[in-house]
Design a protein around this ligand. Structure first.
Ligand code: FO1
Length: 316
């Protein structure tokens, strides 16, 4: 068992829950959470970083579990006012949440990097663990639909993920460099494992892998690289993954997940409802852990985190 550092790669909802679980069982000096910024966009003059928001709110215990994004106990007066003023109302910014976007946008405009702003905001909310964007350079996920290339949030929220996706690209890559915390995490001599959180591989993890040098750096590591599948019973709990797998002509199974990650991942954690896939996954050379991957609350989050760490041979 290693007592080293854990690097977690996370998107929004599911990834954020496991990140919070890891933070509950590892001390701050043993965890770095690197977050996708491909979903980021500029809206009403504000820089919105949805996955950093989800990770921050979840690690701070402020997330709205029902909605899946944003802050609990939210109110919507500012949105009602914006709507009355004839401004865009397709993307919902809650009154409490607005404070986050205003603080971030203000600090960025003052010249702080996204890394510095993220550290400032997470620490202000009492998060002791390191949360870092994948890059301080802007990366913007775009999807190709019958209507052409669209910005991610316009498709995800604006069109409710409706139009079929035929291709995905990450504007800004190549050319986006890993954030300092990400580069440091990848190069740590005491690195014990890399955890691919249960996020959408195409939309949430691929942007992280597209950052300059990351794919090769991960491949060159000799520590366990373990992914927690975002599928339960062959379906994603939330978000468009199931629909996207079908649209991309891929089967809705954990084999599709391991095929996608290829040699980047050597170990997979799957849900009990998908246990029948174990032999096929092992046949493909993966170490498989079967458990309950549904995270209903903080207890599940830390239980799953412990199981992931145990599977990766990391002491907690
Ligand atoms: N998701 C929605 O489905 N509708 C919204 O209006 C919405 C607003 C929003 C505001 C701030 C924020 O940080 C996230 C928000 N999300 C919203 C979630 C977000 O768009 C997606 O869940 C992620 O980008 C996918 O991981």
């Amino acid at each position: 068992m290693s007592k080293g550092h854990v690097l977690a790669l996370s998107g929004g909802v599911g990834g954020a829950k496991l990140a919070a679980g890891l933070a509950a069982v590892l001390p701050p000096e043993r965890l770095t959470v690197v977050v996708n910024t491909g979903d980021d966009f500029e809206h009403l003059g504000l820089t919105i970083c949805p996955d950093i928001d989800s990770v921050t709110y979840t690690m701070a215990g402020l997330n709205d579990r029902q909605r899946g994004w944003g802050v609990t106990g939210e109110t919507w007066q500012a949105m009602a006012s914006l709507k009355a003023l004839g401004e865009a109302d397709w993307f919902n910014l809650g009154d409490r949440d607005l404070g986050m976007h205003i603080a971030r946008s203000w600090r960025l405009r003052e010249g702080e990097s996204l890394s510095k702003v993220t550290a400032r905001l997470t620490q202000s909310l009492g998060i002791a663990h390191r949360v870092a964007p994948m890059s301080d350079d802007p990366v913007r996920t775009q999807v190709q639909t019958a209507a052409g290339w669209q910005d991610f949030q316009q498709w995800f929220v604006g069109d409710q993920c409706g139009p079929a996706v035929s291709a995905i690209r990450f504007a800004g890559t190549p050319g986006a460099r890993p954030s300092a915390a990400f580069a440091e995490g990848l190069g740590r001599p005491d690195l014990a494992a890399v955890v691919f959180c249960p996020s959408n591989p195409f939309l949430s993890v691929d942007p992280i892998l597209a950052v300059d040098g990351v794919h090769d750096a991960l491949l060159g590591l000799s520590v366990p690289r373990i992914a927690v599948s975002p599928l339960i019973g062959g379906k994603a709990l939330k978000g468009p993954l199931s629909k996207m797998l079908a649209e991309l002509g891929l089967e809705a199974s954990n084999r599709a997940i391991t095929n996608h990650y290829g040699p980047l991942v050597d170990s997979l954690v799957i849900d009990r409802t998908d246990a029948h896939e174990t032999a096929a996954l092992q046949g493909g050379g993966h170490t498989v852990t079967v458990t309950d991957t549904l995270m209903r609350g903080p207890d599940d989050q830390s239980r799953l985190a412990r199981e992931v760490l145990a599977a990766a041979g990391v002491e907690y």
